[in-house]
Design a protein around this ligand. Structure first.
Ligand code: NAI
Length: 355
């Protein structure tokens, strides 16, 4: 990888590669932007095929956090930590690995604040916290962000319902949920409460059985979820799910879910638009989790946090309006809105770091 070219093209401020050989730890802490505030983003542990793959993921994910935080109206920049996994399995090794990470986060002096992400657990974060103040989402604070993420997805879905059917009422609408984990499970509960009909799948049969019992959901196989005739498809499992095959197969009016990086490539956003399927950009819909972090990190009270969660509805409406005005896909419109917010703040600050 030509790292200098990559940093220029992604627009990063700082990328730090960290190593503690005694802890078997190698991590990348990517700070994309601090224009709006300290860079906030999760710590991911993953077994990458190569160091370049890990670097690419760190660059991509940290830039995504800048855009997500900007559009959510948060006083946070964007960052991400990517640790080369697997983490040691023994309790002692695991503690040493995550404490090493904590020391590197601490050394950044608050420029980067981290939380749980794919491959990390609340216990791992407690080890990180033994070494640094700059951690959020711990049990003694706001805790698990997933219920807030699900609430935000619900507000985004209500906004896309206005676009599609002129009313935010989801009663009687059919929603096909892919993945019933922390986010999908909470979303299913929310939607059931609102009177929506649910069609669900998960690779874990117990989760499917739970949704059938609790919400009267209709179960389908993991493969069949893309063919379900529904009002909304809600991806709440994997990234990259909106690929050539999925975009052709979907029989829904809208896509709105919690999963990160739903579009395999930007062109799939265009293809959805061509097919008349309204796509709520993932990072707008799933910002509820990081919004809940505003309480621990920025000292917001619950009322302000709830207002920001509720505002996801209006942001989605704005994204659709801009997309229609510009004649572009909603994924492009959302990026432009985030870039405009960053540029406005940057010009007030009189330049500064690149966004
Ligand atoms: P999770 O791991 O709790 O849930 C994922 C669920 O998807 C599991 O139940 C799993 O069995 C299921 N699954 C895996 N492969 C599947 C497949 N092929 N088809 C159907 N189901 C499948 O994860 P969580 O926390 O619910 O996150 C879900 C997505 O939302 C991820 O993409 C995550 O990055 C994103 N996200 C989560 C946030 C949060 O607050 N937890 C915040 C923002 C984004």
């Amino acid at each position: 990888m030509d790292l200098k070219a990559a940093l220029e093209s992604f627009g990063h401020e700082q990328v730090t590669v960290c190593r503690d050989s005694s802890a078997g730890y190698v991590g990348i802490i990517a700070v994309h932007s601090t224009v709006l505030g300290p860079a906030v983003g999760g710590t991911r542990v993953w077994s990458y095929g190569s160091f370049d793959d890990a670097m690419t993921d760190a660059l991509r994910l940290s830039r995504g956090m800048t855009y997500k935080n900007a559009l959510a109206g948060l006083p946070f920049g964007g960052g991400k930590a990517v640790l080369l996994g697997p983490a040691p399995a023994s309790p002692g090794g695991q503690a040493a690995f995550f404490r090493a990470h904590g020391r590197f986060v601490e050394r950044m002096g608050g420029m980067f604040i981290t939380a749980e992400d794919v491959g990390t657990s609340p216990r791992d974060l407690e080890f990180v916290e033994e070494e640094t103040r700059f951690v959020a989402g711990l049990a003694r604070g706001m805790g698990d962000p997933s219920p807030f993420t699900a609430l935000g997805v619900r507000r985004a879905m209500e906004a896309v319902a206005v676009e599609a059917w002129g009313s935010e009422d989801l009663a009687g609408r059919t929603v096909a949920i892919q993945g019933l984990g922390n986010v999908g499970g909470n979303l299913a509960a929310e939607l059931h409460e609102l009177g929506a009909r649910l069609v669900v799948c998960d690779t874990n049969p117990e989760r499917v059985a739970g949704a059938v019992t609790l919400y009267g959901a209709e179960p389908v196989s993991v493969d069949a979820i893309l063919d379900v005739e529904a009002d909304v498809f809600a991806p709440c499992a994997l990234g990259g799910v909106l690929d050539d095959d999925a975009v052709d197969r979907l029989r829904v009016a809208a896509v709105c879910g919690g999963a990160n990086n739903q579009l395999l490539r930007p062109e799939h956003g265009e293809r959805l638009r061509e097919r008349g399927i309204r796509y709520v950009p993932d990072y707008v819909a799933n910002a509820g989790g990081v919004i809940s972090g505003s309480v621990d990190i920025a000292g917001w009270d619950l009322e302000r946090m709830n207002d920001a969660l509720d505002h996801i509805f209006f942001t989605v409406r704005e994204v659709f309006a801009l997309a229609s005005n510009l004649g572009v896909g909603t994924h492009t419109a959302a990026d432009r809105m985030a870039e405009a917010r960053l540029a406005a703040v940057q010009s007030r600050l009189g330049g500064g770091a690149e966004a």
